[in-house]
Design a protein around this ligand. Structure first.
Ligand code: HEC
Ligand code: HEC
Length: 261
């Protein structure tokens, strides 16, 4: 059975058995990362930096960090120094409110803002090899640290919007994110185990993609599976979902870059 057919059967079983989905957040004590729920093979690939294919992207990111660009030929490192210190813990508190942009931005958009404002270079597009490399390098600097959203009124509103979208039934299958990730995690769907959906490991290397991808790419995959409206990369709706997911995973340990089947 292919994944869409599996989804349809699954959706039908849900609408029969669970007329009203959960509306409350998972209790912190029941949370499990996707890493904890993965098979031994994927886990050992993620554990070993020599075997984790995302580490090649990290190496590219480190080179980009030091590469001069823009009018003044400045590199990220020229202003920020050693990322292992200056960017330690940074990715664990994104999305964050950006004062100058006056909106909540995710890690990728924050990189773009520095490219445009500070480096005056051309911004990397989302899901490009360079963007994934630089964001993987920066996310690595938060490995082992707890997810810690910052406190800000605009961020709180973004989290609330993301939360509402998360519990909203949508698309042709009339499913909400919560129907799978809160009510049915650990069940099998078309050969995949439904995880709880905590974004501790992004960007990830996904074997099915045969490459590295961002959290927004993953969210678009789920929206496609739900046959719902698939927001464009960079859309505020996706940033809101990212903000809610990071809040939902607050305190969990970052393990980027992850490996997924
Ligand atoms: C000319 C100096 C300069 C260059 C070059 C520069 N930045 Fe920045 N960057 C800054 C300043 C200043 C801030 C703080 C701005 C603020 O807090 O509003 C910042 C903030 C950031 C932040 C947010 C940090 C946080 O704690 O929230 C990230 C991420 C970042 N820069 C990444 C980069 C990357 C990646 C590059 C290279 C592509 C880069 N920067 C190039 C000056 C620079
Ligand atoms: C029909 C069930 C289903 C629905 C509905 C669904 N997902 Fe998923 N989601 C999955 C499955 C299955 C995976 C794992 C895919 C795999 O491993 O192939 C996944 C993966 C994820 C992940 C990646 C976790 C990780 O660590 O890699 C996130 C985040 C996520 N979903 C968020 C969402 C959000 C947000 C929504 C609502 C917009 C949503 N999902 C709707 C089934 C679903």
């Amino acid at each position: 059975m292919n994944r869409l057919a599996a989804c349809l059967v699954f959706a039908a079983s849900l609408s029969l058995s669970v007329p009203v989905g959960a509306q409350s957040d998972l209790a912190p004590s029941e949370r499990k990362s996707s890493y904890e729920m993965m098979g031994a093979q994927s886990r050992s690939m993620q554990d070993d930096d020599m075997a984790n294919p995302a580490m090649l992207s990290v190496l590219d990111g480190e080179a980009l960090w030091r590469k001069p660009a823009g009018e003044d030929k400045k590199s990220c490192a020229d202003c920020h120094g050693d990322a292992r210190q200056s960017m330690r813990g940074m990715a664990a508190r994104y999305p964050s409110y950006d004062v100058a942009a006056q909106r909540v931005v995710d890690l990728e958009e924050r990189i773009n803002l520095c490219q445009a404002r500070e480096q005056k270079s051309e911004a990397f597009g989302r899901e490009t090899k360079d963007m994934l490399a630089l964001s993987a390098y920066l996310a690595l600097q938060s490995r082992g640290m707890p997810i810690a959203p910052s406190q800000n009124a605009a961020l709180e509103r973004s989290i609330e919007r993301g939360r509402a979208a998360y519990f909203q039934r949508q698309g042709q299958l009339n499913l909400s994110c919560a129907n799978c990730h809160d009510d049915n995690w650990s069940r099998k769907l078309g050969g995949a185990t439904i995880p709880q959906g905590h974004p501790t490991g992004y960007p990830i290397y996904r074997l099915e993609w045969n490459g590295v991808g961002s959290l927004q790419r993953r969210l678009r995959n789920c929206l496609t599976g739900m046959r719902a409206q698939v927001h464009g990369l960079g859309a505020a709706e996706l940033t809101d979902l990212e903000a809610y997911l990071m809040w939902r995973a607050r305190g969990m340990i970052m393990d980027a870059p992850g490996v997924r089947p």
